[in-house]
Design a protein around this ligand. Structure first.
Ligand SMILES: [Zn+2]
Length: 76
């Protein structure tokens, strides 16, 4: 009976290690994807500089890097 208990605990430990290993692998696969999405650069319609899309302002179908650029563009 003790023999079976050892097998079960050993099996459980192996299962845990594999599970953590798979989790780590999946995490490493997902990380570069996230980075790629957040570092996608978009050009400001006023000054022409490139910025992260998340930091840009959207206005009338145009994108601006700052409130200043947005105002400069409206002046035209
Ligand atoms: Zn700009």
């Amino acid at each position: 009976m003790l023999k079976y208990l050892i097998y079960i605990s050993a099996g459980y430990l192996i299962f845990k290690v594999i599970k953590n290993g798979v989790y780590l692998v999946l995490e490493n696969i997902q990380k570069p994807k996230e980075l790629k999405e957040t570092t996608e650069l978009v050009q400001c319609d006023q000054c022409g500089s490139y910025f992260k899309e998340s930091s840009l302002l959207h206005h009338n179908g145009k994108v601006f890097c700052s409130e200043i650029c947005k105002q400069e563009f409206s002046k035209k």
